[in-house]
Design a protein around this ligand. Structure first.
Ligand code: GTP
Ligand code: MG
Length: 345
């Protein structure tokens, strides 16, 4: 048996279509490339693992501005989700496996239908979250400074511009209040256990990213410490996408939220026609720092442990559906039990 290892909290990035979820994650990755530490972030299928040392480095400039907490966790696994209305199932799944979340709201557009849907998923699942009020660079008259904390950037703005931003934020606070949440701009929050923090950011310029990561680390520390999660036993995961890959056939892009999955493992996958029992032929991860969609280049790994995003290659996956559970069967005697569990999900 493997020794107990703490796993990274899974952070789902949710929000309305085009509000900047993917750009925000790209920015977080890009920031570390700019810090000349590219290899530090491991690319997963549909996810990015940001280790604690990187978070500490990005939040370093804040030490003089706000109290920051030390993250006693191995890092954060960010999962991207699509904002389009047809992907409701995926958002629900993303929300379900998430330990924490970032709700991305275009500061100019405010709450939109899928923003509300996302909040309702998080509320129902009791997932703690922070709000990224994105695209502040689009505020009329905003003068952007690349990669600085919001608290630094805001000092360089005209009074009327800051007022404009605050009015946009009041609007977001109003929308959140209608859904039952008390919130405020993060630097005005008096009690983080009762109020949601709204962080003004720009995924385009990097402004506010230090605060966003610092507050996430704080949230992770506060909520995860009491219920530390370990990587244990056979893997449990969820299908995010079913994809044809040249040379591999039908594959599953999955998020593994517990345990370990190995090449050769027997897995049970949910489908509309009943559970699929198959064997893992290969586990694929993207090549470091290459975009999975753009390059289609993978490397084969023997095993992956939670939390992780991995592509599973196996026979008979044609009927698998996004949102279905994927469980590893530890030994044959467990097969019927796992099949039942999968169908219950
Ligand atoms: P879906 O995955 O389709 O739900 O969209 P998304 O939320 O991932 O949005 P995406 O990151 O693809 O961004 C949508 C558009 O907004 C792109 O053209 C981005 O370049 C732009 N964008 C994202 N963030 C910012 C920002 O902070 N400022 C500006 N000016 N544009 C942004
Ligand atoms: Mg996107």
């Amino acid at each position: 048996m493997s020794e107990k290892r703490l796993r990274q909290p899974i952070v789902a990035v949710l929000g309305h279509v085009d509000h900047g979820k993917t750009t925000l994650l790209d920015r977080i990755r890009g920031t570390t490339v700019a810090m000349k530490e590219p290899g530090k972030i491991t690319q997963h299928v549909g996810a990015s693992l940001v280790p604690t040392e990187v978070i500490e480095k990005v939040t370093e400039p804040l030490k003089k501005l706000i109290p920051t907490v030390k993250l006693e966790l191995p890092g954060l696994l960010f999962i991207d989700t699509p904002g389009h209305s047809i992907f409701s199932n995926l958002r629900k799944r993303g929300g379900a496996v998430a330990d924490l979340a970032i709700l991305v709201v275009d500061v100019m557009e405010g709450f939109q239908p899928q923003t509300i849907e996302a909040v309702e998923i998080l509320k129902q699942r009791k997932v703690p979250f922070i709000v990224a009020a994105n695209k502040i660079d689009k505020i009329p008259g905003w003068k952007s400074i690349e990669n600085v904390p919001f608290l630094v950037s805001v000092r360089h703005q005209d009074k009327s511009v800051v007022e404009y931003l605050d009015n946009r934020i009041y609007e977001i606070m109003g929308s959140l209040a209608e859904l039952g949440f008390d919130s405020d701009r993060f630097d005005r929050v008096k009690d983080y256990t009762r109020q949601l923090a709204i962080v003004p950011v720009s995924a385009k310029t990097g402004e506010g990213i230090p605060e966003l990561l610092a507050l996430l680390a704080g949230l992770a520390q506060r909520y995860m410490k009491g219920r530390l999660k370990y990587v244990e036993g056979p893997a449990k995961g969820v299908v995010m996408e079913v994809k044809e890959e040249p040379g591999y056939g039908t594959t599953l892009d999955t998020i593994i939220y517990d345990g370990i999955i190995r090449q050769g493992d027997v897995i049970v996958v949910g489908s509309l026609e009943g559970p699929i029992v198959t064997k893992v032929r290969a586990l694929l991860l993207p090549e470091p720092l290459q975009e999975i969609r753009a390059t289609k280049k993978f490397r084969v790994v023997d095993e992956v442990s939670a939390a992780a995003g991995v592509k599973i290659v196996a026979p008979n996956l044609e009927n698998a559906v996004a949102g279905a559970p994927v469980f590893v069967v530890s030994d044959e005697s467990q097969l019927e039990k796992v099949k039942e569990e999968v169908m219950k999900e």
